[in-house]
Design a protein around this ligand. Structure first.
Ligand code: TRP
Length: 333
């Protein structure tokens, strides 16, 4: 049986953190055995904010290395840089003719960007969802592992694909849908109790996959707590529950159970709790950090991985694009 096709794009800006790990990467790793996966570093998407040319390569290689170090297997998935698959941009151009200014202007992520950066409302930003649709449709993917914030983009990808099919009377693009391997994917909250861990907001309340032991200890000790429960079996405040959630992910079962008991009997000492959590976190993050660093030093190996990923991606992309050109009538010779 043919395996379902999966596509996902990884942003190339910012460092990966625990939220990315337990949200996105964790999902990728589970999918890589069961599906035909195309995962790429979205370097073209990052151009909307005009990054410094001398940072680009390092960003792309770092993100690739961090994903591999986290368990993504480049022999099982096609891992590539978006800019290495030019068929994507050609399909993007075709889809742009089917995307309307009005619908693009209504997208909430676009409106947010306009509000945040009124001086840089470029056409690339407006057509970001079209490029994303091209990323997905180029492989005729049906499953797309992304977070809630990307659902609207995915709906647009379905619309553009359907519009193409209808206009040219073909059955080229199946509908892509959001996919989560398991629904109980945990949200990793910020250590200061304010929202999710994030690439851009409070960096002291975010644990990055490249944080060294000492940094993790410091951040952990600053995590928000209080003077502790006074009634047995009290409800946990959110910021305490967040820390327990983290402990469930990185510590032994017994450890979390022990501190839960202490919480329930009001004998918990948050200092000790956080110390333990910090050490378990370090045990979890350190191997990833070290492997990612080693990979980044081995540029030759990363280059090989990305090139072979791009080759496989192009095999699939060329087939779709050939069919799309033919449907449009671009088959002159
Ligand atoms: N927009 C996605 C994000 O911000 C990244 C992305 C780009 C993507 N192209 C994609 C995700 C295609 C899934 C499929 O996280």
């Amino acid at each position: 049986m043919q395996k379902d096709i999966v596509v996902s794009g990884i942003r190339s800006t910012g460092f990966l953190h625990l939220g990315n790990y337990f949200g996105a990467i964790h999902n990728y790793i589970k999918m890589q055995n069961d599906y035909n996966c195309y995962f790429f570093v979205a370097d073209y998407h990052s151009l909307t904010t005009h990054p410094d040319p001398k940072d680009l390569k390092q960003n792309v290689f770092r993100v690739a290395a961090e994903n591999i170090a986290s368990g993504l297997d480049p022999d099982k998935v096609s891992l590539y840089a978006q800019s290495d698959v030019p068929e994507i941009t050609e399909l993007y151009l075709m889809l742009n003719m089917l995307a309307y200014k009005g619908e693009l202007e209504k997208v909430p992520t676009f409106k947010d960007k306009v509000r945040q950066n009124p001086d840089n409302v470029n056409a690339g930003l407006l057509t970001y969802p079209v490029l994303m649709a091209a990323d997905i449709l180029i492989h005729r993917a049906v499953k797309v592992p992304v977070g809630k914030d990307q659902e609207q983009h995915l709906e647009m990808a379905r619309n553009f694909g359907n519009r193409f099919n209808q206009r040219y009377n073909v059955d080229l693009f199946p509908e892509p849908h959001v996919y989560r391997f398991d629904e109980q994917t945990v949200k990793i909250m910020s250590l200061d109790g304010n929202g999710k861990m994030s690439k851009s907001e409070n960096q002291n309340a975010t644990i990055y996959l490249n944080d060294e032991a000492e940094t993790i200890r410091k951040k952990m000790m600053k995590a928000k707590t209080d003077s502790g429960p006074t009634e047995p079996n009290s409800a946990m405040p959110d910021y305490i529950k967040n820390l327990f959630d983290l402990m469930d992910l990185v510590s032994e079962k017994d450890t979390a159970a022990l501190f839960r008991e202490q919480f329930n009997s009001c004998s918990i000492r948050y200092g000790d709790f956080k110390k333990q959590l910090a050490e378990d976190m370090i045990r979890f993050v350190d191997p990833i950090r070290i492997e990612a660093l080693e990979l980044q030093k081995d540029e030759e190996r990363l280059r090989k991985i990305l090139k072979s990923g791009a080759e496989r991606a192009r095999e699939s992309a060329v087939q779709t694009l050939t069919a799309a050109r033919k449907a449009i009538g671009i088959n002159y010779y």
